[in-house]
Every structure is written in C-alpha cells, then in structure tokens.
Design a protein around this ligand. Sequence first.
Ligand SMILES: [Zn+2]
Length: 339
Amino acid sequence: MSAGHKWYLMRDEELLDLRLCDLPLRIRGTILEDRIKRLYEELNGRGIRFKPHVWLGEEWFSPDGVPGIAIPFYLGHPRLMQLERKQMFEVEGGTETECMRILRHEAGHAIDTAYRLHFKRRWRELFGSFAQPYPNFYRPRPKSRNFVLHLGAWYAQAHPAEDFAETFAVWLAPRSRWRTRYRDWPALAKLEYVDELMDEIKGQPRRNRRRDKIEPLGEARISLREHYSRKRQHYAIERGAFYDRDLLRIFAEGSNNAARPTAASFIRAIRRELREIVAEGTGVHQYTVDHVLKNMIERSKDLKLRVGDSKRATRRQFMVALTVHVMNMLHSGYHRIAV
Ligand SMILES: [Zn+2]
C-alpha cells in the first residue's frame, strides 16, 4: 500500500480485502500509548520495576514464555474499531476502563512469566497446577467466593494461570480496596499472597529477559476478511438439537395455530436486545450470544414452534434459557496462547 493511500476511507468490502500485515498501524500516537503509560505508572506506583513490552497482534494475549502483551490491532485506529463492531458486535477493550482491565490482567500473566512465579510451591497450593491443559470450555460456579471477579464470565475459574492473572489485576487496580471487597472470601488468601509476592520481587531483576514479539501484526499475511471469518468461527458454538428441550417447553407446537406469531419471528424481534443484555450479564462475547440465538431461531423453525403463552412470560422464560445455554459453554484460554 502506498504511504499516501487513505485506507481508512475505504468501504468495508474493500477494507476486508487488505492483509493485516499491510495495515500501517503503530501504538505510538494512539489512545493505546496513553493506556500503556497508565499501566506502567500503576506498576511504578507499586514499586514494580518490570514493565511488560507490548505490540500489536490479532488478539489480546500474553504468550507462554515471553513476558509481554499483544494488543489487538483494531485498537490502533478508530476505523478498525468501527469494523470490529460491525463484524463482531462489540470491541473488546474499546473503552478506557475495559482496556485498563484487560491490560492489568495481561500484565499479571507477563509478571508471572518474567519471575517464573508459577513454579513456587505456594502459588501451586493456591491457584493449582499451571501446567494443566486449558479446557476448551469451562463451566463456572457464579456464586463461588474462591475466585476474584474482574473480567467477565467468571474468567478466573477458567484455568490456574487465569486465576493468578485475575487476582493480580484486582490487586493492581487503583482504589480497588480488595481487603474490604473480599473480606470474607476465601479468595482473600490469594490476594494476600500476591501482595506478599510483589513485595518480595519488586526490587529484583526479572528472570526471563525475552523481549521478542510473538505473532506480530507485520507477520499476519491473511486478509481482514479471513481474520474475521476465523474469529467468528472461534466464537460460534454449535449445539443445534441441544436447544430443543427448552424450546419445546417455552413455545407451543402447532402449525394449526396460524393466528399466533411464530417462535422464530418472536425471537428475531428481540434478538438484538437479548444479545446485549445476556452478554452484559454473563461477560460472554456478544457474538457468541448472537450465535446461540441464531441456532435457536433455526431450531424453532425446524420444530415449527409458535408463541403459546403471553409474550411477556415467553420473553422471560426465553431469556433465562438463553442465559443458561450461554453459561454452560464458556470458552477458555482466550487471553493466552501456547508457543
Ligand atoms: Zn488471561
């Protein structure tokens, strides 16, 4: 692409043909620069000299073995944030608050790697085995007080490495008042351990000195179109017939009842609203919720269902069933990759 080419003025269809490696993006001079500076200041404020290095990549992650943070490229330009929202319904880390939350979480992974913390006996006792494989899906216990609450979807429950990163993030956040907030929670022991651990390492040089960038944007030769096709697939959950039991309970069977609206049209009318409410309430990506909704619409058509009860009661029952399905299959290992 020529330097003077205004790629950000392209229409979506043209933009999607560009390769990720050809996007002329930098962190310097963007909103990301300020946010990273803020993260570094928070670490300084706690006396931690180590600062994870950052780069633009396809997604948020902190690689195994490299104490740095990859930040998704779309945060590098407003035009790409707009495209992300259009393709995925939401922009993970788009607001300053959410971006700082994720940065603190990834900084937790990076500091764990930098000081090889997960090899410590006490770390293992509190968080579990770092080496255990990431499950493809996890089923959280929303009421558990053994884990802090930070990112959505009860993410600390996904894996011991995530538990540590989440605990670190809560500990690092300014004005988090974790001692009060988690006073009667077993999770407090984890926070106190992080507090002691950071006091112990803050003057020490890091043990892992790698500064390389894993899967940087400049090496991503796929087009934006291909990137989004893969990303949507990652967030899509195929469950098909699993929804039948709930759908049959909530809606009425009856091709003989043509006066009533079809279940499919009923769900379609509230699809956007439910997608937003359930994503907000569970912390699950809007695309995942939407995909479950899409499958439920398909099954409702196959089963020829119609609205049987009052619309209000049906809406309520449907929202509960949707939430349960979304909760039963949360993706894990999203913020981290193995290298
Ligand atoms: Zn993570």
